[in-house]
Design a protein around this ligand. Structure first.
Ligand SMILES: [Zn+2]
Length: 215
């Protein structure tokens, strides 16, 4: 799967995402980021009943959300125009209404390579995913329990908990962000971007988890 395809999926369809819970990391089916963004802009009365996440009620957040959506719509309009302007591109959809934002984002991903705009589209989608995730959520940190660090061999590292007690926590953790980052709290070793996939493979992560780490 290319980066562009992976980013387009995160923006437009339900994708598995690993989140931290008190019972350890679990895979959840995360809603499309663009759907969440659009929902946030609608008047509150129209919000679907299934919405569980909130960005709070502050006006600055609402403005940031609106600003982000406007920028994405503008950029998508331009990329979409480029993506259907190359020789051999499929004809425009007949009838009224045209494509929705989500359909246009997927169209661009499907035709970016043929249209020669893959780098540009990947850069834009990458910024949107990172931007929306920043608006809605701090990066999630997933501890890798019971797994020894390939660098120092330790599976746990001591730290102070909220009550000031010294406790052992997993040494390895992965921060799930646009560029995932692995870290060992015991020896300080760091894995960044594609190296996180190497780390996941070395410690025997499942194929599903490997996919999440960008492998
Ligand atoms: Zn280590």
């Amino acid at each position: 799967m290319t980066d562009l395809r992976r980013l387009a999926d995160r923006l437009t369809v339900v994708t598995p995402v690993m989140v931290k819970t008190s019972a350890g990391p679990v895979l959840v089916q995360a809603r499309p980021l663009l759907e969440e963004l659009q929902e946030e802009v609608r008047p509150s009365g129209e919000r679907s009943a299934g919405s569980s996440r909130s960005v709070g009620s502050g006006a600055p957040v609402a403005l940031a959300v609106l600003d982000m959506l406007c920028r994405i719509e503008e950029d998508t309009a331009r990329l979409y125009w480029l993506a259907r302007s190359y020789r051999g591109a499929p004809p425009r959809r007949p009838g009224i209404g045209g494509y929705t934002l989500i359909e246009r984002v997927r169209f661009v991903a499907d035709h970016a390579e043929a249209a020669g705009i893959e780098d540009e589209a990947t850069r834009a989608y990458s910024e949107w995913v990172a931007g929306i995730e920043r608006l809605f959520d701090p990066p999630k940190v997933v501890p890798l329990r019971g797994i020894a660090c390939p660098a120092c061999g330790e599976a746990t590292t001591p730290t102070f908990d909220d009550a000031g007690e010294l406790v052992d926590v997993p040494a390895l953790s992965v921060t799930l962000a646009e560029t995932p980052r692995g870290r060992c709290g015991e020896c300080g070793a760091v894995w960044s971007g594609p190296e996180v996939a190497d780390l996941a493979e070395q410690v025997g992560a499942t194929p599903t988890a490997l996919h999440l780490f960008g492998a």
